[in-house]
Design a protein around this ligand. Sequence first.
Ligand SMILES: Cc1cc2nc3c(=O)[nH]c(=O)nc-3n(C[C@H](O)[C@H](O)[C@H](O)COP(=O)(O)OP(=O)(O)OC[C@H]3O[C@@H](n4cnc5c(N)ncnc54)[C@H](O)[C@@H]3O)c2cc1C
Length: 242
Amino acid sequence: MAVKRLTGKLIDIGLLARNTYLLKIEFEEEVEFIPGQFVSMKVNDEGLRRSYSIASLPKGKEIELLVDIAPMGVGSKYILSLKKGDFMEFLCFLGKFTIDEESLMKDKILFVGTGAGIAPLKPMIEDLLNNKKYTGRVNLIWGMRHEDDLYWQEEFKDIQDRFGTFLAIRWPTDDFYLYDDISILQDIFPAVFSYLFEDKSIIENCKVEGATNSYNTSGVYVLNGIIYGGIDDHEPLFLSDN
Ligand SMILES: Cc1cc2nc3c(=O)[nH]c(=O)nc-3n(C[C@H](O)[C@H](O)[C@H](O)COP(=O)(O)OP(=O)(O)OC[C@H]3O[C@@H](n4cnc5c(N)ncnc54)[C@H](O)[C@@H]3O)c2cc1C
C-alpha cells in the first residue's frame, strides 16, 4: 500500500490514565491499514515527526491513537496542546509489525508489551480473534510500572471472558522495586515469570549477563534521523519531511 499524506480532524481526546491519552481522529476519506501499523504525525511547524501506532481496527474514516506523554518532548507537548476540532497531518500507513500468514498457522501466539506498547497489540489481537477467527491460544503479557498507569481493563476482561485465552496481568505490588532493575531485554522474562508464578527466586536465579551491544543492535543504525538496516538494509524505515 502506498504511503499517503493525510489530514485528520481530532474528534475526541481523553485521559485514560495518569500520562496516557486516547485520541480519535477522523479523515476525509475511508482508511485501510493492517492492524499493527503506525502513522507518522507532524508535531511542529518545522516538520518534525513522531510515530504512533494505531490503537484501533480499520473502521471507516476513523483511527484511534494511544499516547503516553511521559517523555514530555516535542511530540508529547504537541499532543497536550491539541483540542477537539484541530487538524493534524500524517503520513499513513507505515510499518511491517503485523501478523503474517505463517503466524496464523501456529497454534499459539504470545504478545509481550509494556506501557503504550499495547497500542498496536490490542487491534492485532482483536483482529485475530474477531475477524480472522483464529482458534489457537492467544496470550498477552502487558507490563506497567505502576498500578495508576493501567487502563483498558474492561476491554481486556471482555476479550478474556469471551475467549478465555488471556493470561491475567498481575498488578505491581509494594515490592515492585525488586523487579524494576530491567536494563536489557533478557531481564524481562525472569521478571514476568517471577510475577506470574509469585516466586521471587526466579528473578534472583535467572539473571543473565547481557549479550546486547548498545552501539550496534543487529546492524541497525540511525543517520540524520532516518533508521537504516534490518530486513530492508540501507532503506529508510521511516519517512521524514527533512
Ligand atoms: C513505530 C513506533 C510506534 C510508536 N507508537 C507509539 C504509541 O503508540 N504511543 C506512544 O506513546 N508512543 C509511541 N511511539 C513513541 C513516539 O514516537 C515518541 O517517541 C514518544 O511519544 C516520545 O516523543 P516526544 O517527542 O514526546 O519525546 P522526545 O523528544 O522524542 O524524547 C524526550 C525525552 O524522553 C526520552 N524518551 C522518549 N521516549 C521515551 C519512552 N517511551 N520512555 C521513556 N523515555 C523516553 C527521550 O530519550 C528524550 O530524552 C512509537 C515509536 C515508534 C518508532
